[in-house]
Design a protein. Structure first.
Length: 179
């Protein structure tokens, strides 16, 4: 049995969960999320916790068991605490700014790159070089952070570019030169 799938999901105070068939809706202080799970799993609410069970022992049901439990747990955590990803910009003259809701990146291209976050996602900038992406849906927060990083990924020779906070970039040695 899936080690992750069999663990119950605790429901914190101020969070309500409603289950209609295979659709799970979670409401909390930060917002509301809803997701339709595959028919291979079922979700049941037992007092102050959720339990995800397999319908049968088929291979697909076993694959979906742990995934579905993690998706529901992320929904519960998102509406109660939220998620955030931090990115760092390194390079001379590289900077970021927030104009309205949009994020403007000046990272060495001839024109600034403008990224418009979807609804429910907030983007903040600290010290012109630290970008914070936050929201209640972990999947969308991670996707937007990956799109921002993809504008100028860190390069291995000088380390310039956009990286996740705490990300280690392996550096390469440049040309050796003639002797």
């Amino acid at each position: 049995m899936s080690r992750i799938g069999k663990r119950p999901i605790p429901i914190p105070d101020k969070v309500t969960v409603s289950i209609h068939g295979s659709t799970v809706t979670v409401k909390g202080p930060k917002g509301e999320l809803s997701r339709t799970l595959t028919p291979q799993v079922s979700v049941e609410q037992e007092s102050d916790q959720l339990v995800v069970n397999r319908v049968n022992e088929s291979r697909v049901a076993r694959q979906q068991h742990g995934l579905s439990r993690t998706l529901v747990a992320n929904m519960v955590e998102g509406v109660s605490q939220g998620f955030e990803k931090r990115l760092e910009i390194q390079g001379v003259g590289y900077r970021a700014a927030v104009q309205g809701k949009n994020l403007t990146l000046n990272v060495g291209y001839s024109n600034p790159v403008v990224i418009e976050p979807p609804t429910g996602i907030q983007v903040a900038v600290e010290n012109n070089t630290n970008v914070i992406v936050s929201g209640i849906d972990k999947e969308i927060v991670g996707n937007i952070a990956a799109k921002i990083r993809a504008v100028r990924p860190p390069e291995p020779y000088k380390g310039k570019g956009i990286r996740y906070a705490g990300e280690f970039v392996r550096r390469k040695v440049g040309k050796a030169g003639k002797k």
